[in-house]
Design a binder for this molecule. Structure first.
Ligand SMILES: Cc1cc2nc3c(=O)[nH]c(=O)nc-3n(C[C@H](O)[C@H](O)[C@H](O)COP(=O)(O)OP(=O)(O)OC[C@H]3O[C@@H](n4cnc5c(N)ncnc54)[C@H](O)[C@@H]3O)c2cc1C
Length: 397
């Protein structure tokens, strides 16, 4: 291979777009609703191989060992930050700290007009606010990454694959000292086609959308697997979003006989791994396998079972990561633990690819509608496995 044009089903991290010296690579949405690099004018390629060199998909990546890692439970001491962030708010606090030290921070915001998530550069704490909260869809890195000046100082946040490629880029250009890299434990990213179908149903129900919060804690942390689209802190009258969007589009209560967020169709598809990016089923970045200085996540383990506000899992993976973590001690509460406690509940392996994935993606692409019928078949096919797991849980309690 002389360039990325032959890569199939890559991470879509967009770092090759930044790396290309002749600017012939663009990042585009593919048929299935995932980002993919494209070379439209292959004749202009100078065969430098840089796009392949920075690619974390087609290279082996270096990871820390367990002995290198300091692990913490952590949360912001600012109650508002903790309330608005997905878990304990340490991602935001690290950004705030580094911006105050003169870094620019690259985070992800949601654009309601484009119906897409995108990386952006923030020079002030105020500008960094839209990065708060996980956007559980693929983010386009291109606009922000191409604007980054490799000679200036930045915090870069993103999925493990985006960050691993970015590490390769800054290592190649020998500018690692200018950058702090932060990623998170990543479940995988679902198709933008799922998001489009979901959002178009929401729009039909409540009109133009001004706001999206994927993990809204207003009915409690343990119930935050819901999507709030109307900016209300309490459930709106037009759509009982917290009881699940699923109920709303079907016009019936108790459709899943679920309560609160367990019925949200978007999260059922996402957490059920039904239409993740193909590469997410073979993800090399689980647990401590990271190219970042710092990894964050949700700490759902038994030790913090009784917490109701949100606790972040925080791993300092490099010496620079450890330095930054020591600097947020004070704005955040940090409790050091063995790695097993901090990573409890995280996926140790890539998710299995469900047999129904292709049919669901095809249906989403063709109809721009959530294929509820297919989902029912999928749920039904999982019944024996669910009964078996339930019995196992009862026996081993
Ligand atoms: C697609 C996805 C899958 C995830 N899977 C897991 C998981 O399996 N286990 C787990 O513990 N945590 C997972 N997380 C992370 C988790 O949801 C929280 O973001 C994390 O715990 C940090 O929360 P916080 O409270 O510090 O701050 P938050 O305010 O939630 O921090 C969010 C940070 O993530 C960045 N970000 C948000 N959306 C995206 C995106 N689409 N692409 C790239 N960067 C983004 C923001 O720039 C910000 O820096 C996932 C996040 C995403 C986006």
């Amino acid at each position: 291979m002389k360039n990325i044009s032959e890569l199939k089903n890559c991470f879509g991290c967009g770092v090759c777009v930044k790396a290309c010296p002749v600017k012939i690579i663009s990042l585009e949405e593919n048929h299935d609703g995932f980002y993919q690099p494209i070379i439209h004018e292959p004749d202009k390629c100078i065969s430098c191989g840089l796009c392949l060199k920075v690619c974390s998909f087609c290279n082996d990546n270096e990871f820390p060992t367990e002995a290198d890692v300091d692990a913490y439970a952590a949360w912001s001491n600012d109650e508002k930050v903790r309330q608005w962030c997905s878990s304990g708010g340490v991602g935001f606090e690290i950004g705030r700290q580094l911006i105050n030290e003169g870094y620019d921070a690259v985070g992800v915001r949601y654009d309601v007009n484009k119906v897409r998530a995108e990386h952006f550069i923030a020079a002030s704490v105020e500008d960094f606010m839209p990065s708060v909260g996980s956007k559980y869809i693929p983010s386009s890195t291109v606009d922000a990454f191409t604007k980054i000046d490799l000679k200036s100082k930045y915090l870069i946040t993103g999925t493990p694959c985006q960050i691993a490629s970015f590490r390769r880029l800054i290592r190649h250009f020998r500018v690692e000292d200018n950058f702090i890299l932060l990623d998170f434990f990543c479940h995988g990213v679902p198709s933008l086609k799922l998001w489009d179908a979901y959002i178009s149903e929401v729009v039909k129900k409540i009109g133009p959308i001004k706001f999206v919060s994927w993990r809204n804690k207003s009915t409690g942390l343990r119930d935050s697997w819901n999507v709030n689209t109307d900016l209300s802190e309490t459930p709106s009258e037009s759509i009982d979003w917290h009881e699940s969007y699923n109920l709303a589009i079907n016009g019936e209560k108790n459709f899943l006989s679920s309560r609160l967020s367990q019925g949200d169709l978007f999260f059922e598809f996402f957490l059920g791994n039904v239409c993740l990016n193909e590469c997410c089923y073979n993800c090399p970045f689980k647990m401590i396998k990271s190219g970042a200085d710092i990894r964050i996540g949700d700490l759902w383990g038994k030790s913090y079972d009784s917490d109701t506000k949100g606790v972040s899992a925080l791993l300092a993976l490099t010496e620079r990561g450890k330095q930054i973590v020591s600097e947020i001690n004070g704005t955040c509460t940090l409790e050091m633990h063995p790695l097993e406690i901090v990573t409890e509940g995280q996926m140790g392996h890539s998710p299995n690819k469900p047999w129904v994935r292709r049919s669901i993606l095809n249906s989403l692409v063709k109809n721009n509608k959530i294929p509820v019928g297919l989902m029912k078949i999928w749920r039904f096919s999982k019944l024996p496995q669910r009964i078996f797991s339930k019995i196992k849980r009862i026996l081993y309690k």
